[in-house]
Design a protein around this ligand. Sequence first.
Ligand SMILES: [Cu+2]
Length: 134
Amino acid sequence: MTRWTYASGLLMAVMLLMSGCGSSDGDDRLQIEVGEWFVNPEPGPLNPGRFTFDVHNSGQLTHELELYRQVGDYQEYEIVEIEDIGAGETASFSAQLNPGMYELICTIVERRADGTVMDHYALGMKALITVEDR
Ligand SMILES: [Cu+2]
C-alpha cells in the first residue's frame, strides 16, 4: 500500500465516521439536522448503497425534508418526502442512492398575513449529496 492510498483510505474512514455510517442493521445511517435556515451537514461523497436518514429538527418552526435526484440542470425527481417535522422532533426515511447528484431540501413556502413570503429553500434549507463509485 502506497502512502497515498493509505492516506486517502484513512480520509475516507474519517469521512464515513463523520457522516454516521456503519450501523449494524444493514443501512448506513446519516444524521441530518434541519432548522432556520439550514440542512446540515452536507454529506461528503458517498458510495452507492441504501441509506437511512435520521432527520432532527432543532429549529423553532415546522420543517420537512425531501430527497431529490438531479437529472440535468433543471429536471429533478422527488424520491422521498417527510412532511411536518415539528420543532424538536426526529423522523427517518430510507432510500437507495445510486451514482449521481441528489439534493435534500425543505420546500415549505409560507405566506404571512402581511404579504411577506418565507421560502425555506431560498433561505438556505438545502444540502447537496454526491454519490459516486470509488
Ligand atoms: Cu423548512
